[in-house]
Write a protein that binds this ligand. Structure first.
Ligand code: PXG
Ligand code: PLP
Length: 445
């Protein structure tokens, strides 16, 4: 294909003017590597955007999608159905924690979040508790970009421009504190052991302030991914669960990043041993090969909503492409791949090496914190005075030029490698990241 004109495409979450002045185009991908328009290989250090756990161009997924498009290209799931959506939901239900076995399919994590919030509101109303309209999220949480997601989310920049249009929400504090009780833990490996009591704020401040009777649901990511890998202390999620149970609140885990293997279990709920009432998923479920997401709902919530006249939809909600045949084919194939290639065990096996590799960057210039869990890590750089985000952006651009795709929320560089990475791939990623950090450090001092 000839090089396209870049003007018309308004790129999402991208500094458009800067990108179009210095475009970085990828044109193909296989396994762990992207190929750029000018023929260079770039190692995918972020699984695309946390999606491509099984590596790019997986033949089983590609073949399943090709078969599907030749058999049934589109069927809506509104009042008709096709086998793929039922089969996918059944498979996912069987993989989820006990009690969570009803699955609403959508096309993205943002839609999953808005869907879960609607289910929580409808559930409250069905129980005669229509006053429950407040959601509790967490500072530095990300739940996509729908109006529900930005309301319960805690990223200031995603909220600032839309303030008046948001739903009622309040927020827990972020779990990240580099000096817990005066003890430095900027370079803690994995989950910090102290600090579970951060969760007590839910009861001591938020429930005390708003009253449990007003709260529709508490929505958190098991670890905050897109704000730079903020890992909760051991026991924190358990405490949230206990408090929610004590006060009759629904607990929702946003597993858009953690779902389908990133922590070495199918869901973080299983890796960390805490069962919520709903789980949101997207991204890795289809290996990124098709837009696909969903909400796994407890049988209890689902059954509460199965009421009203039999000829009317029990939930007035759904997307044209909910349960799209191609997305379902990709999802079913990805579940086969996870099983056949034992990807969860590979993640568990690789995670300690990954942890050790990213922590070797502690002595790279300007690194102020390194955090990791499963196959996710955030390497935080000291900001340029008066220009937060500049150093992160410069290092991200340099990494790409040195053959590594990374992400830079603010001044944190994120690594989230595909599950099929080898130890040598991980070392290469860490090496290229070091080069990028070193090569941009001096210029921005
Ligand atoms: N919840 C979580 C926890 C996410 O990480 C979404 C919801 C929204 O999903 P969709 O499919 O609507 O984008 C996400 C998305 C990053 C980055 O840089 C992360 C996401 C999206 C874009 C960038 O880490 N996560
Ligand atoms: N806008 C219009 C005019 C529509 O007809 C529809 C769906 O039928 C939508 C928006 C919603 O689109 P989607 O179902 O893909 O989210």
């Amino acid at each position: 294909m000839d090089a396209p004109a870049l003007d018309a495409f308004w790129m999402p979450f991208t500094p458009n003017r800067q990108f179009k002045a210095q475009p970085r185009l990828v044109v193909s991908a296989r396994g762990l590597n992207y190929r750029t328009a000018d023929g260079r290989e770039v190692l995918d250090g972020t699984s695309g955007l946390w999606c491509v756990g099984a590596g790019h161009g997986h033949p089983l997924i590609a073949e399943a999608m090709k078969r599907q498009i030749d058999t049934l290209d589109f069927a809506s799931s509104f009042q008709v159905g096709h086998p793929g959506a039922f089969a996918l939901a059944e498979r996912i239900a069987a993989l989820a924690p006990p009690g969570l076995d009803r699955v609403f399919l959508v096309n993205s994590g943002s839609e999953a979040c808005d869907t879960a919030m609607k289910i929580a509101l409808a559930h409250a109303r069905a129980r005669g508790e229509g006053q429950r309209t407040l959601f509790i999220g967490r500072e530095r949480g990300f739940h996509g970009v729908g109006f529900g997601g930005i309301s319960v989310g805690g990223m200031l920049n995603n909220r600032r421009a839309f303030g008046g249009a948001m739903l009622r929400a309040d927020h827990l504090k972020a779990t990240w504190d580099p000096h817990w009780n005066g003890t430095p833990r900027a370079f803690v490996r994995g989950q910090p052991f102290e600090g579970a009591e951060l969760a007590d704020e839910l009861e001591a401040r938020l429930i005390a302030l708003h009253d449990a009777s007003q709260i529709a649901a508490v929505i958190v990511e098991p670890f905050a991914g897109s704000t730079g890998v903020l890992v909760p202390p051991v026991g924190y999620l358990q405490r949230l669960r206990e408090i929610c149970t004590r006060h009759g609140l629904l607990l929702v885990f946003d597993e858009v990043i953690t779902g389908f293997g990133r922590l070495g279990a199918m869901f973080a709920a299983q890796a960390l041993g805490v069962v919520p009432d709903m789980i949101l998923f997207a991204k890795t479920v289809s290996n990124g090969a098709a837009p696909l997401g969903g909400v796994i709902v407890s049988r209890a919530i689902h059954d509460t909503l199965m009421q009203g006249p039999a000829h009317l939809a029990e939930l007035m909600h759904g997307y044209t492409c909910s349960g799209h045949p191609l997305a379902c084919a990709a999802g079913l194939a990805m579940l086969d791949v996870i099983e056949d290639e034992d990807l969860l065990a590979r993640v568990r096996d690789l995670a300690p090496h990954f942890e050790a590799a990213v922590h070797t960057l502690a002595d790279a210039p300007g690194v102020v914190s390194i955090r990791n869990i499963g196959l996710a890590a955030g390497i935080e750089l000291a900001p340029v005075a008066g220009a937060p985000g500049r150093r992160g952006a410069a290092a991200q651009a340099a990494a790409f030029d040195h053959g590594l795709l990374t992400r830079a929320p603010g001044d944190t560089l994120v690594l989230a490698p595909p599950f099929i990475s080898t130890r040598a791939d991980i070392d290469r990623m860490a090496g290229r990241l070091r080069t990028a950090i070193q090569s941009t450090h001096g210029a921005l001092a």
